[in-house]
Design a binder for this molecule. Structure first.
Ligand SMILES: [Fe+2]
Ligand SMILES: [Fe+2]
Length: 287
């Protein structure tokens, strides 16, 4: 996978990142196998089901996501093969990726698991809604990028706990943002860590780039539209006060990503009220 997203970022202390963040969570072997299988056009759904069913927690998580308000299915789905039949293989693949990302978030108690989870699922929903509005070709991909955008935070907490705990309380006190404080303290941020993890997990290059550039999307060279969608989705959540960082005063319309995506004030107001409703109906997912 390309290393472009990190290499093109001049302010990033790459060697520091590699030296300090050694402990990247592994992608469970079963997830890796299942993801590889979904790449095969002649995949046997029964084989995929067999592989996934070896991991009870993963199977349960996949079915919970599939049956959530996220996909608004009319009838409950109880097996992975049924999920593939109803949602299609591409969507089930993103659900598998979502389930793996959730595991990492759940390990990060100090980050306020609920706040982190609310913010990640909110950004995921917002990214999918924005993607649909701007007719981005793959709204499911935007959803996964939104879900994963801050995955570097729990990884930083695990690797640099004392310093990171201080950063968390400073952000909680409202004085600054994670991105700024991390750059000051380490020379890199959770965005870069997230991109590194996405590459390690062999997730698609567009996902690594969108995660890596979610705080400076116009610098993304190959997948700028996707990076802008994730950036704006994150800002919409901060504007709505969902997560650690809250700022009602953000002028969404004036954000470079909103301008790039050609979303005006009226479109953003409509989007925000649509999201308020969607977030209420997905509350169970984020518990
Ligand atoms: Fe972030
Ligand atoms: Fe975020």
């Amino acid at each position: 996978m390309s290393s472009a997203p990190l290499a093109q970022e001049p302010v990033v202390n790459l060697s520091g990142l590699i030296a300090k963040v050694k402990d990247l969570p592994p992608l469970p072997t079963i997830v890796m196998k299942a993801m590889e299988m979904t790449l095969d056009p002649n995949i046997s759904i029964r084989n995929l089901q067999q592989v996934i069913s070896q991991d009870q927690a993963l199977s349960a998580k996949i079915l919970r996501i599939v049956n959530s308000a996220l996909y608004a299915l009319r009838r409950e789905v109880s097996t992975v093969s049924h999920a593939v039949a109803v949602l299609g293989l591409e969507t089930v693949k993103s659900v598998i990726m979502a389930a793996s990302a959730e595991r990492v978030f759940q390990s990060a108690k100090d980050l306020g698991t609920k706040l982190m989870s609310d913010h990640s699922w909110g950004t995921a929903l917002a990214a999918r809604a924005i993607a649909r509005r701007v007719r981005f070709e793959n709204p499911e991909e935007a959803l996964i990028c939104g879900l994963m955008h801050d995955i570097g935070k729990p990884v930083l907490l695990q690797n640099l706990r004392p310093q990171y705990t201080e950063i968390i309380s400073e952000v909680y006190g409202g004085s600054s943002s994670f991105h700024q404080l991390e750059l000051l303290a380490f020379g890199f941020s959770h965005a870069h860590v997230g991109a590194m993890l996405a590459r390690k997990w062999n997730f698609p290059p567009q996902l690594a780039e969108a995660v890596g550039y979610h705080h400076n999307p116009l610098s993304a060279s190959n997948y700028r539209q996707l990076a802008c969608i994730v950036n704006l989705a994150n800002l919409v959540m901060i504007h709505m006060g969902i997560g650690f960082e809250k700022n009602k005063d953000i002028n969404l319309e004036k954000q470079p990503s909103a301008e790039f995506l050609k979303l005006n004030g009226a479109a953003l107001v409509a989007l925000t009220s649509e999201l308020r409703v969607a977030l209420q109906s997905t509350a169970g997912l984020r518990a």
